[in-house]
Design a protein around this ligand. Structure first.
Ligand code: ASP
Ligand code: MG
Length: 408
């Protein structure tokens, strides 16, 4: 007998019929003798609907009140799922985050979990109950309802699995695992049986939207075994997220190709090349809480250089505004910017022990005539910025040239 935490996302509980399906699946696990804690999201579209409604009343909704409001989405699904379980003859009880209690800090709309009280859950499990818990929400020390940021139910699931020392945290979603690339772009993409936690962290942050990145960080910190599965397919065992040290098999060199279109590029032309310049440019941007991703400074000619970096597209306009006085102050020649770029990355822990991955990547892109505008690397990842119109081509040719359609 094992304790298993399962999390079902919005599409998995998107209708009464689907909730009944989830209940059947939970009942099946229960009948195999396991203890089950089930975390659910709001029904698909519900969180967006609630946020839009709030904005009709207040253009920038008060964060505390917004949390009170959006947390109701999950409160509906926990009750419905518990009803469906009772209907199947099981014992089930639902709890909101505040009832459990999932204690968070007070950062409304992006709170972090501080601790989880497991007394009530344990008592219910010992009685043979399925415990159904609202994802995405908690309560702060003063009793205010908080939420964990969009997609936060994944984090609730992992946090509960960590607190309860569960055997596994199963994340049920509308895809049946983590793929070598987005199957909508690369039809030959393969589901990975395993992916290491570090690779998953890169893939999640690089735009593969399967898991909320915070949930992956959490799983890494507390060594939670996480598995991504489809709630619509019965047979697939999904993708297990492993820890590299625990793997004895030979790792494939590259596990996957990720991409995103979320960034914009800014180049400051004719910057005087002297100490402190990078700080003068990026300091005010950091002060405004804007994350800078890639940075490139060209070799200088006659004491002048070009300085390029990328930011999230949501921060693009704001960044340009912040730069106006800076550009004047440092007497740069001008600014060039654009958001028609895309970032493509190859990810794999096998890179640590294989040389030549970067050159193989660059050769593949060169053969297709795709110009690389920026490059950045980490121990297990190489990212390039290219013109957005070549994105799909780049992902396809890289997938092929690294042989990812073949089981590794
Ligand atoms: N319902 C929340 C959202 O839509 C949390 C979640 O789905 O994980 O962001
Ligand atoms: Mg979700």
């Amino acid at each position: 007998m094992a304790l298993i935490v399962q999390k079902y996302g919005g599409t998995s509980v998107g209708s009464a019929e689907r909730i009944k399906n989830v209940a059947r699946r939970v009942a099946d696990w229960k009948s195999r003798g396991h203890q089950l804690v089930v975390v659910v999201s709001a029904m698909a579209g519900e969180t967006n609907r609630l946020i839009a409604l709030a904005k009709e009343v207040q253009a920038h909704p008060d964060p505390r009140e917004l949390d009170v409001m959006v947390s109701t989405g999950e409160q509906v699904t926990i009750a419905l799922l518990s009803m469906a379980l009772v209907e199947l003859g099981l014992k089930a009880r639902s709890y909101t985050g505040a009832q459990v209690k999932i204690l968070t800090d007070s950062a409304h709309t992006k709170a972090r979990i501080v601790s989880i009280d497991e007394t009530r859950i344990r008592a219910d499990l010992d009685e043979g109950c399925v415990v159904v818990i609202a994802g995405f929400q908690g309560v702060d020390a003063r009793g205010n309802i908080t939420t964990l940021g969009r997609g936060g139910s994944d984090t609730t699931g992992v946090a509960l699995a960590a607190a309860l020392k569960a055997e596994e945290c199963q994340i049920y979603t509308d895809v049946d695992g983590v793929y070598t690339a987005d199957p909508r772009i690369v039809p030959e993409a393969r589901r990975l049986k395993t992916v290491t936690f570090e690779e998953m962290l890169e893939l999640a942050s690089l735009g593969s939207k399967v898991l909320q990145i915070r949930s992956v960080e959490f799983a890494g910190r507390y060594r939670v075994r996480m598995r991504v599965l489809s709630s619509f397919e019965e047979e697939s065992e999904g993708t297990l997220i492993t820890f590299e040290e625990d793997e004895d098999m030979e790792q494939a060199t590259i596990s996957g190709i990720a991409f995103n279109r979320d960034e914009a590029k800014i180049t400051i032309l004719g910057v005087p090349d002297r100490p402190g310049i990078a700080y003068q440019i990026l300091g005010p941007i950091g002060d405004a809480n804007i994350d800078v991703d890639m940075i490139v400074q060209n070799v200088s000619h006659d004491g002048m250089t070009d300085f390029s970096f990328t930011v999230h597209r949501n921060d693009f306009k704001k960044t340009l505004k912040i730069l106006e006085p800076v550009v004047k102050h440092i007497k740069a020649r001008g600014v060039e910017s654009g958001d028609k770029i895309a970032k493509v990355s190859v990810v794999g822990v096998g890179m640590r022990s294989h040389a030549g991955i970067a050159s193989a990547m660059f050769r593949t892109l060169a053969e297709e005539g795709i110009n690389i505008e920026m490059i950045s690397t980490s121990e297990i990842k190489i990212s390039v910025v290219i013109d957005e119109k070549y994105l799909e081509l780049a992902v396809r040719v890289l997938h092929k040239s690294f042989g990812l359609e073949q089981p590794g």
